[in-house]
Write a protein that binds this ligand. Structure first.
Ligand code: NCD
Length: 340
């Protein structure tokens, strides 16, 4: 695809080459993300971060990514703090905000809302998550992390064996991830969910249509054998018709060190888009895994900055200019010198 000036709304926009391009730019901006150098390439540019659903890492890492390229960020974080609470349409908000910004990142609780907003926007819009539908930047950073983790084991994304675990019905991160995985060769997917929270059929149909192996499981221990990666997800309780309905699924699947040791191949990588639900009744990813070197969850979050910097650089057409605006870092950065 042509990235320059275009919206990023769905991973369906990307070819395998496009993903490689994003990853190459992400690799190249690593010194800036690690504070080894500063670049001011987006000096004067403004990004509007519109987050109408709870968010920590997506919101802050999109903001940091833009700042690390030298740009400024304006944030609105709640519907009640915006004119949407006064009945303003997405169309009007988009027309107004795009007059104030060079790019807009938006998260919204309804599927398709970010695309509707983008239609009225005069600047590129990046989807930060639209309801249960898609979360393109999360899927890109997950795939980038998978590529990195597999490389340390002498493997590639082709022939990847992966288990997706938890709420696969409402989890937008897994929806986008499955579509991206479909671009690679001979993927083997274990889809491990409680009955009632299976992934939408159109996603499995598409994967099978491309020749990938897709196997559903309802018991966690059955689905975590013989895979390279476990990708655990939270029950998306905010998307259920009622809290009572969500509570039926709480704590059904809990991965901990004992289950991992008993059922997984050595060095199986553990991922999660985060946040993990650490409340006593949930705990889908136990904190006793924190010392497990295969737990890649914080490598994922660090990689989010690189991938989001890459998206901004591509969409705003500054990829070849980043190094021309570079300066050395002068402040204390010792802790950052650990590899991401
Ligand atoms: C995910 C999301 O918002 O879809 N979080 C994130 O952006 N890292 C997953 C989740 O909330 O469970």
């Amino acid at each position: 695809m042509d990235f320059v000036g275009n919206h990023i709304l769905s991973v369906s926009q990307f070819s395998r080459e496009d993903v490689q391009r994003i990853f190459k730019v992400a690799d190249d901006v690593r010194p800036y993300a690690m504070r080894k150098r500063i670049t001011r390439v987006l000096e004067g540019a403004i990004s509007s971060n519109m987050f109408f659903e709870p968010s920590t890492r997506t919101r802050v890492s999109f903001g940091s990514a833009f700042n690390l390229l030298g740009g400024d960020v304006r944030e609105t974080t709640e519907v009640k703090a915006s004119a949407l609470a006064k009945g303003e349409s997405l169309f009007d908000t988009a027309r107004v905000l795009s007059g104030y910004s060079d790019v807009i990142v938006m998260r919204h609780p309804e599927s398709g809302s970010v695309a509707e907003f983008a239609e009225a926007s005069r600047v590129p819009v990046i989807n930060g998550g639209d309801g249960p539908n898609e979360h393109p930047s999360q899927a890109l950073l997950d795939l980038y992390t998978m590529r990195q983790e597999m490389a340390t084991h002498g493997k590639t994304l082709d022939h990847l064996r992966i288990a997706l675990i938890g709420d696969l019905k409402y989890g937008r991160a897994v929806h986008s991830l499955c579509k991206l995985l479909g671009l690679y060769d001979n993927i083997s997917l274990h889809l491990v969910s409680p009955p009632g929270l299976e992934i939408p059929e159109e996603i499995t149909d598409e994967l099978r249509g491309k020749g990938h192996s897709v196997m559903p499981f309802h018991i966690m221990e059955d689905g975590i054998h013989e895979v390279d990666i476990l990708y655990v997800t939270r029950t998306q309780e905010e998307r259920f018709p009622s809290q009572e309905e969500a509570d039926k699924y709480r704590g059904l699947f809990r991965l901990n060190q004992a289950i991992y040791t008993q059922h997984c191949e050595p060095n199986t990588v553990i991922m999660h888009p985060l946040p993990r639900d650490s409340r006593a009744q949930a705990q889908e990813l136990d904190e006793d895994l924190n010392q497990n070197p295969n737990l890649a969850i914080f490598r994922q979050t660090d990689n989010g900055v690189l991938v989001r910097m890459a998206l901004f650089a591509l969409v705003l057409d500054v990829v070849d200019e980043v190094d021309n605006h570079a300066k050395p870092v002068t402040w204390y950065t010792a802790k950052r010198h650990q590899p991401l």
